[in-house]
Every structure is written in C-alpha cells, then in structure tokens.
Design a protein around this ligand. Structure first.
Ligand code: HEC
Length: 131
C-alpha cells in the first residue's frame, strides 16, 4: 500500500513538473505567432482577449480584469499606450514583444471598438515617446 502511494506521489510530482515546464514555455513569449500579427484586431485576439475577454467586458474571478468596453479611461490615448508597453500590477507589459506600430494598432483597435469611439488615433511615434 505504501509503495502504491509512493508511485502516486511520484506520478503527481512528474505531472506537476510537466505543467510547470509548459507554463515556462508560455512565459517565453519570444517567437510566438500571436506577437507577429500587425493589425489591431488580430493582436487583440491573440494577446488581450484571454484576460479582457473577446467582447472586452473583462472578468472577475481568480483575478480582476477590468473591462475595456465602454471604458472612459481610454479617452486619454497615452494611458492605454503606457499600460500596453509597461504593464501595470496584474497585467504584464508587452513593450518587449511588440514594436511601436503593433502597440499603436492594438491601442487604436480597443479605442474604436467595444463601445469606445475615440476618433483620434495613436501613431507609432506616440508609442516610441513612452518607451
Ligand atoms: C494576463 C492578463 C492580461 C492581458 C494578456 C492583458 N491585460 Fe490589460 N489588464 C490586465 C489587468 C489585471 C489589468 C488591471 C491592472 C491594474 O490593476 O492596474 C489590466 C488593465 C488594462 C488597461 C487599463 C484599464 C483601466 O480601466 O484602467 C488597459 C487599457 C489594458 N489592460 C489593455 C490591454 C491590452 C490592449 C492588452 C493586449 C495588448 C491587454 N490589456 C492584455 C490583464 C491583462
């Protein structure tokens, strides 16, 4: 009986190590395809929607993911640019994986979708200025 539970513990530990390895892979964003997209919608789908949800309404559960839908804090374009580049608390920064044009594209996308209709757009130069 003791032998059997030792095997069970071993199997569990091995499984956990595999999960940890898979998570480590995910952490190494480097060559991932989702960072290759050039247009805002594809970048949103590939990167942002896992936390902020496909409809931009955010989520609350294990963590709190604020809605981007109808979000008045997006009015000042520099705010989302800064957060996407640098991150903030529970949100990782993506400045190392996205170039200026990609950050501008995804920020322009969220500021003009999900009930947001800010007419001014962000340029790659605006993004370069906050790096
Ligand atoms: C791993 C989960 C995660 C991902 C991926 C993510 N975010 Fe976030 N985001 C968060 C969390 C958590 C916060 C709240 C941070 C805080 O508490 O200040 C946040 C905050 C924000 C805010 C500020 C909202 C407000 O009301 O102040 C913006 C804008 C934003 N994210 C945009 C994006 C965009 C655009 C992307 C994709 C490029 C993205 N996020 C990807 C988790 C994420």
């Amino acid at each position: 009986m003791r032998f059997v539970s030792a095997i069970a513990v071993l199997a569990l530990a091995t499984g956990m190590m595999q999960v940890a390895a898979a998570q480590a892979d995910e952490g190494a964003f480097g060559s991932e395809e989702r960072f290759m997209a050039r247009d805002g919608a594809a970048l949103y789908r590939g990167i942002c929607q896992s936390c902020h949800m496909p409809d931009g309404r955010g989520a609350a559960g294990a963590g709190r993911y604020p809605p981007l839908a109808g979000n008045e804090r997006l009015e000042t374009a520099g705010y989302p640019v800064f957060i996407v580049v640098n991150g903030q608390k529970g949100m990782p920064g993506f400045g190392a994986w996205l170039d200026d044009a990609q950050v501008a594209a995804v920020v322009n996308y969220v500021r003009s979708h999900f009930g947001n209709a800010y007419a001014d757009t962000v340029s790659p130069d605006d993004v370069a200025a906050v790096r």
